[in-house]
Design a binder for this molecule. Structure first.
Ligand code: SF4
Ligand code: SF4
Length: 390
């Protein structure tokens, strides 16, 4: 067997070091994004399917070509795509509080950025010792991680739009290490071989598309954020379209449905070993979103994805969940305090959301009281609640 060139040996060592540090999968891909991927991304943006995430548009030109932006002076050649599982077993609900809403798995662990960054820093240090310039990113910055991971042979883009790995399923947090290594087309797929695309293993399955409660997944394996519960509960500011609210179900933060129903996820099981879930993040007390200043809320959740929608976003989400649980809870005792706090909330978006919840619970007295609210948007919502959400 021919000896690998020195550059390949260094790349292989870095890949092995990534796995030793705790990443579940690692593979190499070229830094330059293929034209087709870039065109698809541009079309997705042009169609407005990124909803209010304007920052995706602003940084779009940089996403096109990592080689020209991230290791500016020297140029990036190869990227080590990395994945770490967040397929946790569900932790038990903590005692006390009102814990009725579901949180997407990735948010069960205290800030995964903070947990993955030290691994990337250790990997960058190791790269430096091997004479490689490197820079790590995890879920921020101008990176098309799923494209890179697909070209690095870590998996394929499923019909859900998520990266699917045969061993880990869909619950994978992606990160990348951008390096100045040159490419080497002689090596194996996933190891300095930028053209290797993982085969599509979706076959005739379309469980994710059928299970999505808001029909957010397109035929082109791309998600329309304007309809996706993840976007609506995390990134969207202000009231959610009333027509979509019932489909949000009991999702308080994010949505796991399309990933959870995937047969590859189910086959993998609870494989997360490096990251650990925190029951207080998996089952937050919804009362804790009320009666706090935005600043105190951010201090409380500073290491969690829960901080992203901010306090008023989480309070809004909690009230949507409360509304959607009408007819599904034994009694209203648990949710009464939430409705009362919602009616008194300083943020109009939260009082707007309580009108939806009151309408679903047919609390006409509560809605009558909201008709006297100081904000016209809340009064309109109360009227709508009285009319059955029309
Ligand atoms: S995360 Fe939920 S709402 Fe979004 S596409 Fe998947 S199933 Fe649909
Ligand atoms: S649920 Fe089925 S169609 Fe969807 S990503 Fe998984 S394998 Fe593919």
């Amino acid at each position: 067997m021919l000896a690998l060139p020195a550059v390949d040996r260094a790349a292989q060592e870095l890949q092995e070091h990534a796995l030793a540090l705790g990443f579940d999968v690692a593979g190499w891909a070229g830094a330059e994004v293929p034209r087709q991927v870039w065109q698809e991304y541009g079309a997705w943006l042009a169609a407005g399917r990124h909803a209010g995430m304007d920052y995706l548009e602003t940084g779009a030109w940089r996403r096109a070509d990592l080689s020209s932006s991230l290791l500016a002076s020297q140029g990036a050649g190869q990227v080590l795509a990395l994945g770490i599982s967040h397929a946790f077993a569900a932790p038990e609900k903590p005692a006390g509080g009102v814990r009725l809403g579901r949180v997407a798995r990735y948010a069960w662990t205290p800030d995964y950025h903070a947990q993955i960054e030290p691994l990337l820093a250790a990997l960058s240090d190791h790269a430096r010792r091997l004479g490689i310039r490197a820079r790590g990113y995890v879920d921020y910055g101008p990176i098309l991680e799923r494209d890179l991971a697909g070209r690095a042979f870590l998996g394929w883009r499923g019909k859900s739009g998520m990266l699917i790995n045969t061993e880990l399923g869909a619950f994978v947090t992606l990160a990348v290490l951008i390096t100045d290594l040159p490419s080497s087309p002689a090596a194996e797929p996933g190891l300095l071989y930028p053209e290797a695309l993982h085969p599509d293993r979706c076959g005739r399955c379309s469980r994710c598309v059928q299970a999505c409660p808001t029909q957010a997944i397109g035929d082109d394996r791309a998600i329309d954020a304007r309809r996706c519960i993840s976007y609506l509960t995390i990134e969207h500011r202000g009231p959610v379209d009333w027509a979509l609210r019932p489909a949000l179900g009991d999702w308080l933060l994010g949505c796991d449905i399309c990933s959870a129903v995937c047969p590859w996820t189910q086959k993998a099981g609870a494989v997360a070993s490096r990251l650990q879930p925190d029951p207080e993040l998996a089952w937050p007390d919804m009362l804790g979103f009320f009666g706090l200043s935005e600043r105190d809320f951010l201090r409380r959740y500073q290491h969690a994805a829960h901080a992203r929608p901010r306090r008023k976003g989480m309070a809004r989400n909690a009230l949507t969940v409360v509304g959607n649980l009408a007819g599904r809870l034994e009694g209203a005792e648990q949710i009464r305090p939430l409705l009362a706090l919602g009616c008194q909330d300083p943020a109009w978006e939260v009082r707007e959301a309580v009108a939806y919840a009151l309408g679903r619970w047919q609390d006409w007295a509560g809605l009558e009281a909201l008709l006297g609210d100081s904000d016209e948007r809340v009064r309109k919502a109360a009227q709508r609640g009285i009319q059955g959400g029309l």
